[in-house]
Ligand binder design. Structure first.
Ligand code: SF4
Length: 316
């Protein structure tokens, strides 16, 4: 099968089978950027509700730039990887600067090279936004595309450079946005990690690895670190907990929750449980110590991490 035939089959399959996702019904680069940043580490099914909330409250970069970062964090609450929300807010501030001050006059830049200069935008996001919103012929590379490439080429451990070269080589430049989305959609729905549906795959006839798809690529070894923490969960007389905002660096930066650190003074407090919580590369084990305080904070008024929500539910 020629490469062109594979391209036309993949594009036809995508037109027919793509999931109806709300950000696929817009050409607005800002709204597409919001979806790409959310989907970096949030599942599509959960990402939809967050995307709708963000788009409704911040329909333009200016709307976000006019808001405090705490409001962005509050909307992001529960989506995890909160540094994304902080960087997004920084991005909106930079975009809304006048061009003579290094900004973009409130409009997202139109090329991947310019988008890459913005906070929190890496090569994947820059290529996705530039190709989908503006049609720039630039290939995206994400985990889905890496898997399709590894199987198509029967390469168990492709380097990012190899995947990048492959993606750029097969790119259908005349419709790069749909092409990139089609390849990612194939990886997300047909060429999935554990159960590749090769009989339904529009790229089956060019695939060298289809006899043993799960052999490609080999799983990446992720080293996980254990981190032991202590947390003091104190309530005031009205039942409101003591909540503090974490610093701008480190885990759960900028989010709110009960005080938590490797060592806290727990004298006179009661140990009520240990909560286990997984972050991307760390497993947290948090001792929760119960006590009282003079004045708490209404939890609904601040951005709580999901770990903080787990800790608070322990005290209910
Ligand atoms: S034929 Fe199978 S392994 Fe190859 S790309 Fe298609 S779904 Fe993946």
């Amino acid at each position: 099968m020629s490469q062109r035939l594979s391209q036309s089959k993949l594009l036809a399959w995508y037109a027919e089978s793509k999931r109806d996702l709300p950000w696929r019904n817009t050409n607005d680069a800002w709204k597409i950027l919001l979806s790409e940043i959310l989907l970096q580490q949030t599942q599509v099914s959960r990402g939809i509700a967050y995307w709708k909330k963000l788009v409704a409250r911040f329909p333009t970069p200016q709307a976000m730039a006019d808001a405090q970062v705490d409001e962005v964090l509050l909307l992001w609450q529960g989506a995890g990887y909160y540094s994304r929300a902080r960087r997004l807010h920084s991005l909106s501030l930079m975009v809304c600067l006048p061009s003579n001050e290094g900004g973009y006059d409130g409009r997202l830049p139109q090329t991947a090279a310019e988008l890459l200069k913005l906070p929190g935008v890496g090569p994947y996001t820059a290529a996705a936004v530039a190709s989908i919103a503006y049609g720039e012929p630039v290939a995206c590379v994400d985990g889905n595309i890496r898997r399709v490439m590894a199987r198509q080429s029967k390469n168990p451990e492709p380097s990012m450079k190899e995947v990048d070269a492959w993606a750029q080589d097969i790119l259908y430049g005349a419709d790069a946005g749909n092409w990139n989305q089609a390849l990612m959609e194939l990886g997300a729905t047909i060429c999935t990690p554990r159960r590749a549906q090769c009989t339904q795959c529009p790229l089956a006839s060019s695939c060298k690895g289809r006899e043993t798809p799960t052999a490609y690529p080999l799983p990446k070894k992720v080293k996980r670190k254990r981190l032991d923490l202590q947390c003091t969960l104190r309530f005031d007389a009205t039942g409101k907990p003591e909540l503090v905002q974490r610093g701008s660096d480190g885990i759960l930066a900028g989010m709110w929750g009960p005080p938590m650190a490797e060592n806290l003074n727990t004298e006179g407090l009661e140990l009520i449980g240990i909560i286990q919580h997984a972050l991307s590369h760390r497993d947290l084990y948090v001792e929760v110590w119960l006590g009282s305080c003079s004045k708490g904070t209404d939890p609904s008024s601040v951005a709580l991490s999901s770990l903080a929500q787990k800790i608070l539910s322990l005290g209910e």
